[in-house]
Design a protein around this ligand. Structure first.
Ligand SMILES: Cc1cc2nc3c(=O)[nH]c(=O)nc-3n(C[C@H](O)[C@H](O)[C@H](O)COP(=O)(O)OP(=O)(O)OC[C@H]3O[C@@H](n4cnc5c(N)ncnc54)[C@H](O)[C@@H]3O)c2cc1C
Length: 522
């Protein structure tokens, strides 16, 4: 994945007709591009910012069936997601983990309901179950969650789900897609749709954001996989298209691991506002979230509201012996999920089914919205199958259920570098050639110079933020420390990618500005 070479390749192929152009480089678009490329279709993916810049790097980091949807009776959705959970753990073992969860219960009725419910959850997973669910006593609950408040506690229900690194998974999809012949480009914004004399879509115009060059690219099929931005693309197709999406914001805070202790995660099935709240160990810290706040505006850089942060802190205080305070927060991040807007009553919103929705416009724009990270593969398969059945693509079979995202043979969770998949051996080799490259950039986070150099050479970062927020997870794990790393990262990037001192200074300044959104001091 060398961006300059890929753009050269694109210029060379300027009169080529792509089988498909996918707009959007989040979980959905990258999953679709990988599905298409691996079936042998000539595939181009364009992302306006960085891969996974939007919702796909801001999730709760769960690979899950969705216990909540089971409670809502959406069994088909849960079963499908549990199946996909199993495939994701099988195909990306370097980025996914089996995580034990404990639901603390405070009444006999809850104990019974969650024990039976989660047994059923296991059953729905079938052979892809990740471990049995069972009830544990109050004493055992407190052994697993030593910092849980014990007043009124009757016990706990243990169950298993998957956990993952979302933005690294997005990069793994991009890389595997490129290996299968797909062309994936970040910082390439689609600005219009091309139509033929029959008013059918036959390509896109897109701007390469570094040079400002505009490309007119032709394709048999254009797929709109732009998440909460989907209406913007639909209006390029039909300026009269009505608003179908309203964003709803989910916020997480990251705290030091000492606020959870033990290896288990906590799941609170019903907070005071009726939401599920998770506290999950993630790398060496703990992620707590999430909220659900309808917003008016869609943004690539959503910002947590003070009331959302307070809600999480207040809820945590109800359950934790050592309640976190505002100043304990290492990072706060916000992500947007699409809610269905009612075109006849723009003030009202209702939750879109968590199942995805695929639509085909009269001029041939295939759009997909909704779904979950966990189900990205299935969503991609259905989208390409729909394109085949609508006559845009010749018939070819989907192969992604058995497509590994790494060739690493034995994954060792103690080897942190395994998150780079096949690249881990190259990073190891760089460090053994020059041990100074193995020293962390900042002693408070593990990331080394060797990793940043390898990332520059292999993962198409264009901004300091791309390295600190999504290729490493420094921003989420400790926003202030990541700001302290920005100058050195800018320097390494400049050396590797040929940027000058002015670029370095601009990058450091804009990264420091960005970090303010993730600290949100009162
Ligand atoms: C708070 C929160 C927590 C979640 N937690 C989980 C979880 O734990 N597990 C789980 O399975 N799911 C989770 N989800 C759901 C999951 O994160 C989303 O379903 C998924 O990330 C959506 O991916 P997407 O590609 O559709 O959208 P996005 O990630 O938003 O990607 C859309 C992309 O399109 C690009 N784009 C827009 N316009 C253009 C243009 N004109 N040209 C080029 N590119 C363009 C954007 O820049 C963006 O990168 C969570 C969602 C939220 C909001």
């Amino acid at each position: 994945m060398n961006r300059d070479l890929l753009i050269k390749e694109l210029r060379k192929q300027s009169d080529v007709i792509w089988d498909t152009i996918v707009i959007g480089g989040g979980a959905t678009g990258l999953g679709i591009a990988l599905d298409a490329a691996s079936r042998g279709y000539k595939t181009l993916l364009l992302e306006q910012s960085d891969f996974a810049k939007a919702t796909s790097s801001r999730s709760t980091k769960l690979v899950h069936g969705g216990v909540r949807y089971m409670a809502q009776g959406d069994l088909f959705l849960v079963m499908e997601a549990l199946h996909e959970r199993g495939l994701m753990l099988k195909n990306a073992p370097h980025l996914t983990f089996n995580q034990e969860f404990v639901i603390p219960v405070f009444s006999v009725w809850d104990a019974l309901m969650y024990t039976v419910g989660l047994k059923f959850y296991d059953l729905l997973a079938g052979r892809l179950s990740m471990g049995k669910s069972y009830f544990i006593s109050k004493k055992e609950t407190l052994t697993r969650l030593p910092l849980l408040k014990s007043e009124g506690l009757k016990g706990g229900v243990v169950y298993h789900d998957g956990q993952f690194d979302d933005s690294r998974m997005a990069l793994a999809l991009a890389k595997t897609c490129a290996e299968r012949g797909g062309l994936v480009l970040n910082y390439f914004k689609v600005t219009g749709l091309l139509k033929n004399e029959k008013e059918k879509i036959c390509g896109v115009s897109a701007k390469e954001l570094l040079s400002g060059d505009v490309f007119n690219l032709r394709a048999n099929l254009v797929i709109n996989a732009t998440g909460v931005f989907a209406d913007e693309i639909s209006r390029m197709d039909n300026p009269q298209a009505r608003h179908t999406i309203k964003p709803s914001q989910g916020v997480h805070i990251v705290l030091e691991r000492s606020f959870l202790e033990g290896d288990s995660a906590i799941m609170i099935p019903k907070t005071s506002d009726g939401r599920v709240l998770f506290a999950i160990p993630w790398y060496n810290e703990v992620v707590i979230g999430t909220t659900d706040t309808p917003l008016e505006k869609i943004s690539l850089e959503p910002v947590a509201l003070e009331k959302e942060i307070q809600f999480i802190l207040n809820t945590a205080e109800l359950y934790m012996v050592k309640p976190p305070k505002r100043e304990d927060i290492l990072c706060v991040y916000a992500g947007l999920r699409p809610l269905a807007a009612d075109p006849d009553n723009p003030a009202s919103t209702k939750e879109v089914s968590r199942r995805h929705k695929i639509t085909l416009s009269p001029s041939g724009l295939l759009s997909i919205v909704g779904g979950k990270w966990t189900t990205y593969r299935r969503m991609a398969e259905e989208t390409i199958d729909k394109a085949i059945s609508a006559g845009f693509l010749g018939k070819r079979k989907c192969i992604t259920s058995d497509l590994n995202l790494t060739t690493l043979k034995s994954i060792n969770s103690g080897n942190r570098l395994h998150i780079y998949g096949d690249g881990s051996a190259e990073i190891d080799e760089m460090i053994s050639q020059n041990p100074a490259l193995g020293i962390p950039l900042d002693s408070r986070l593990p990331y080394t110079k060797a990793e940043i150099i390898w990332i520059c050479r292999n993962e198409m970062p264009l901004k300091v933020e791309d390295v600190l927020a999504r290729r490493t997870r420094a921003l989420l794990l400790n926003a202030k420390v990541s700001a302290d790393m920005a100058a050195e990262v800018a320097y390494i990037m400049a050396m590797e990618l040929g940027f000058d001192l002015i670029w370095q200074n601009e990058q450091i300044e804009s990264y420091h500005e960005l970090v303010n959104n993730y600290i949100r001091e009162k």
